[in-house]
Design a protein around this ligand. Structure first.
Ligand code: ZN
Length: 134
């Protein structure tokens, strides 16, 4: 029924034309720079319905009267065999004179795409597994 909505293979990626981040092909808004990438109501609704499967946030404050601290932020992702899939330095910086930084990591999980015409599902649960059910 919808014009632009066609299911995309789960996990398929593309490059955001604005910030050059590698993002999911199925997204309508880049999660990095928040630019709209295409007009697709189904994709937009799906992205709005994304839930946080993991969210960690913490603050680091530099103590007064100490030398500056340098820091680097690394994110590593391992698969179910414990092998590192990716490891990236996200940012580096320095803190001094009671400065503080807040670091937040989140993993958003998208609901399954609505199947358009296929009638035989290949996998029972699909690739999305949020850990445990409510
Ligand atoms: Zn972007």
């Amino acid at each position: 029924m919808s014009v632009a909505s066609r299911p995309v293979a789960a996990g398929k990626t593309r490059t955001c034309p604005h910030c050059k981040a590698t993002i999911l092909e199925s997204l309508s808004i880049c999660p990095g720079c928040l630019h709209h990438l295409r007009f697709d109501q189904e994709a937009a609704k799906r992205q709005v319905a994304a839930t946080s499967a993991l969210r960690v946030e913490g603050v680091i404050r530099h103590p007064p009267l100490q030398d500056p601290w340098e820091y680097f932020v690394v994110i590593a992702i391992r698969n179910d065999r414990g092998e590192e899939v990716t490891r990236q330095v996200v940012n580096v910086g320095a803190l001094q004179n009671t400065e503080k930084r807040t670091f937040a990591l989140s993993v958003e999980v998208l609901p399954p795409q609505a199947p358009e015409s296929q009638s035989t599902p290949k996998a029972a649960a699909g690739p999305v597994s949020a850990g445990r059910k409510p």
